[in-house]
Ligand binder design. Structure first.
Ligand SMILES: Nc1ncnc2c1ncn2[C@@H]1O[C@H](COP(=O)(O)OP(=O)(O)OP(=O)(O)O)[C@@H](O)[C@H]1O
Ligand SMILES: [Mg+2]
Length: 467
């Protein structure tokens, strides 16, 4: 539409320019001739008038008619209309008072033979014709009309040429625009459609929905972002499912054990006090285990929900020593030598309860997975702006293949052995989450059969770190 508006205005402008030039010239000539013919008409010298008209018509390549106020042709330079009446709109307008006027006629389409014969400047030319009428006056009154007929065919033709050129360019440009438009639309709408489909699939619960990434533009970025989002969601969904099924399994095991124990107790006849006591003791242990699992699970859920830390400046060396002291009886019971060396007095900004749990879990593991006669050494040292806690044992070690997974929820290297020791595989995942919440890191190194070392790094609190 914009192109057609521009095209048509351009044609109009060029046309107007060409025609105003021409009409102004022709009209000036017609007016000059009208003045010249005034005297002839007053003296009514038809002969001289005809000669002058003929001469002027040859000079200007035009046809000249002189009309009296009754529109009767007095002189016709082409000698065809002498004595007949001739009237056009322009002549009428001049007779009505206008000094001069003009109009254009397409002689080829002008209809009647008469009109054609009267209008043609040169009988053989069947073309666009301009008719200029100028009033002939004498002593202030109108005594006749001079009609100047000239061909304007060339202007029409050049105008038509321009028109054709502009139109064809417009068509070419419009087609090109259309083509580009279609290509652009295709590249835009296709990825949007695909993305839309992917989103609605995901909305219906199909988390495996992915879209294809093509090219390198905003849409491919969007597709990439969508894919990584759906991938992450799928991972989360899978791990949640895994978590729920693991959790139910872990909860179910002590329940079934308790059920068997209770049923055995119920059906024993007569009651054996010794056995009853033993079974009740087992049931009590299973209940402890259950409540430990539930509290671990709750801790993990709280972490996932964005748990808040009760931060305070704390002496991490003292905290480590406290936990070692707490676990010494357990170590002794298992025939393991547990010691602790704190090299620097270091302060971290942390949550006491959670860091206690971290240290406790790691040392507890070290004791649990070290056979009788082994050793567990705990150390605290400073490294740059971090406090480094190392818990090294001489225990069973962890196979290389399992090492990357030990921090996963419910992951246990040796399920049977862990069961004996009462582990559920949640300890280390809680530890890692707590350490990360403190802005620290945890790493495990191990040699199978020789022992493992757990290294926890915690950022020192501002004051100490500066010092
Ligand atoms: N010091 C260690 N030496 C050898 N293996 C270890 C050690 N610490 C952890 N592991 C392995 O990593 C697994 C995961 O440890 P994690 O503390 O998460 O679980 P757990 O000790 O089995 O159970 P929980 O701590 O929940 O009672 C353990 O089952 C064990 O196989
Ligand atoms: Mg553990």
């Amino acid at each position: 539409m914009a192109f057609s508006v521009i095209g048509f205005s351009l044609i109009q402008l060029v046309g107007e320019y060409l025609f105003t030039q021409r009409t102004r010239d022709d009209q000036r000539i017609a007016e000059a001739l009208a003045e010249e013919f005034s005297d002839y008409l007053v003296s009514f010298d038809v002969r001289a008038m005809y000669d002058a008209a003929l001469e002027a018509s040859r000079a200007e390549q035009c046809r000249i008619l002189v009309l009296d106020p009754m529109c009767v042709v007095q002189v016709d330079s082409a000698s065809a209309m002498n004595g007949s009446r001739f009237i056009t709109r322009e002549i009428g307008s001049v007779l009505a008072g206008a000094p001069s006027d003009y109009g254009f006629y397409d002689v080829g389409n002008a209809g009647t033979y008469w009109f054609r014969a009267t209008l043609t400047a040169f009988p053989e030319a069947d073309a666009m014709t301009g008719v200029y009428a100028a009033g002939i006056t004498s002593g202030g009154s109108r005594i006749g009309v001079l009609v100047y007929i000239s061909q304007v065919q060339e202007i029409y033709e050049s105008l038509r040429d321009i028109q054709v050129k502009i139109m064809s360019w417009m068509v070419i440009v419009a087609l090109a625009v259309l083509l580009v438009n279609m290509l652009v639309l295709r590249t835009i709408t296709r990825p949007i459609g695909e993305l839309n489909e992917g989103i609605s699939r995901m909305g219906k619960g199909d988390l495996s929905a992915r879209v294809s990434v093509r090219g390198k533009n905003e849409f491919s970025d969007l597709a990439k972002a969508f894919n990584s989002m759906s991938e992450r969601l799928e991972q989360l969904d899978n791990s949640r499912n895994q978590f729920v099924s693991n959790a139910s399994h872990e909860l179910k095991t002590p329940l079934s054990t308790m059920k068997i124990l209770i049923e055995t107790l119920l059906y024993q006849d007569p009651m054996d006090t010794g056995m009853t006591k033993e079974f009740l003791n087992d049931i009590n242990q299973e209940i402890d285990r259950l409540s430990r699992i539930v509290s671990d699970l709750l801790t993990l859920v709280n972490i996932d929900d964005g748990i808040k830390l009760n931060l305070e400046e704390l002496d991490i060396g003292a905290l480590l020593q406290d936990q070692v002291k707490r676990l010494t009886p357990l170590a002794r019971e298992n025939g393991i030598e547990l010691d602790c060396s704190v090299k620097d007095s270091l302060e971290v900004n942390g949550d006491t309860l959670k860091l206690q749990q971290v240290v406790y879990n790691i040392i507890d593991n070290a004791i649990k997975y070290t056979p009788r006669g082994g050793e567990v050494h705990c150390t605290l040292a400073r490294s740059g702006k971090t406090a480094v806690i190392r818990v090294a044992d001489t225990g069973v070690g962890i196979p290389e293949a399992d090492l990357p997974h030990i921090f996963d929820r419910f992951y246990r290297v040796d399920k049977a052995r862990s069961r004996e020791t009462g582990g559920t595989g949640l300890g280390l995942s809680i530890v890692r989450q707590f350490v990360l919440l403190h802005g620290g890191s945890i790493e495990a190194k191990s040699t199978l059969g020789k022992g493992s070392t757990f290294i926890i790094e915690l950022p020192l609190s501002g004051r100490k770190a500066e010092a």
